[in-house]
Structures are given as structure tokens and as C-alpha cells.
Ligand binder design. Sequence first.
Ligand code: ADP
Length: 254
Amino acid sequence: MRLILLGPPGAGKGTQALRLVAKYGLVQLSTGDMLRGAVKAGTPIGHRVKDIMDRGALCPDDVVVNIVAERIEQPDARKGFILDGFPRTVPQAVALDRILKKRGIALDAVIEIKVDEDALLKRIETRIAEMTARGEPLRADDNPQVLRQRLAAYRAQTTPLVAYYRKKKVLRTVDGMAPIPDVTTAIDKALSPGPAARAGAADGIKRKRRIKPMEPRLGIMGNKSSKRPQAARKSSAARKRATRKAKGGDIARP
Ligand code: ADP
């Protein structure tokens, strides 16, 4: 299984990724962790991105795309992976499509963890205060001012991905303001194969039904439209019966 977790900082992507790793035996590929690793190791990439990360801005697309392209090639990612924090811009999503296509693989789902921004700020500020009180080390970008910048970057550069993946019919949206176990349940539901997930109903978006060109267009607006598919099916079945009859197909066989 190949998944993307989409959501602003503090939405709970990391928490849910851990559960998905345990349940499906996937590897979690977090670009934030990879970039922090590069900074810590003092690699050329690390030097290039340190200041950008410290101020809560996004690192250049080419840097991140190269890191992910290499990481996906590793043997442990063959069975499946969860991308956490990537893609974060439309050009990154386009690059990912290209990388996956080249390897003949496809995304199974993009899980959007939807959260309220004000509640999120409070949630993270509380987390920062608690960690400080416990004397735990904080990330350089874990302070309220930088956090606002990270949220602004998400709003401006990452939210267009919701429409991008909705269009590709792989988007599943879950309510990230619910308690953690409920979010997990919602994700499991969104990932379980079934008519609702396949039709994209889990993303809470009403979709237009596709009408085959041959079928009569009945019911145009409002609640009438719900009758349309059944009526269309009936007329289609009637047409098939007529065709069979014309070919002598309705004659009972011995
Ligand atoms: P968050 O907790 O804000 O979701 P991450 O740990 O995923 O943060 O990332 C931390 C920082 O690393 C980001 O603020 C950004 O500077 C950089 N970063 C991570 N992933 C990407 C990406 N896909 N594109 C650009 N920058 C990224």
C-alpha cells in the first residue's frame, strides 16, 4: 500500500502514521525527519536547508524531490510506504507522479487529516508548553511564531493538493479534531475496500453521477436526481431485452 498523509503541522500525521506502520507493515517516509537528519549530519543539503527550516518556510522542491526519489528506491520501501510531509506543493506532487509512474506503481490513497487552524495553534502551544515543563528538547521550529509561519506555508502552498488529489479520485478526508482512536478508525474505514471508499464517498464530497451517453437523462435537479440512476438502469435493461429478443435470445432453451 502506498499512502500520503496530508495535513498541517500538529494535525496528528505522525501519530496516525505510526499506527498505519504497525497495522500494514509500511515504512514511514517523513521528509521533515530526513531533512532534520541532513541538518544534524551537516551534509551539503543540511547546510542548504537549515535556515529555511528554522524559519518555518518550505525547502526547495528539487531538494525534497531528490531525497524522496532516492528513499523510495530503498528495499524497505518496496512493500509500501506512507509519505508524511510530502508532497507539500503542486510541483512536488507532479514530480511524485512521475517518480511513481517510472516505477510502475500507483498511490492507493491520500488521507487528508482536516483540522481547525485555531484549535491547532492551541494544541501545539500546549504541547510546546508541556514539553518545556518536562525539560524535553524542542525542535528549532517549535515555537508559536514559527508555527504560525508553518501554518501559513501549509495554507498557501499545500492546500492546493486537496483539489489535486480529489481530481485524481484518491483523496479521503477524515476529521482530525476527533479523538485519536476515532481518527484511526476513520482512516481504517477510508482504506478498507468497499463501494463507499471506491466511490470517494469517504471524502465527504458529493460527486456527479456519470451517465452513459446512451442512457436517457431523467430528472435534472434536486431530489429527482436520486431517481435518475434506477430509471436509467431500467431503460438500459429494457433495451438489452429488446436486443436479445430481436436476436432470438429470449427463446427458452431445453
Ligand atoms: P511539520 O511538523 O510542520 O509538519 P515536518 O517535520 O514535516 O513539519 O517538516 C519540518 C520542516 O521541514 C518544514 O517546515 C519545512 O521547512 C521542511 N520540509 C519538510 N517536508 C518538506 C517538503 N515536502 N517540502 C519542503 N519543505 C519540507
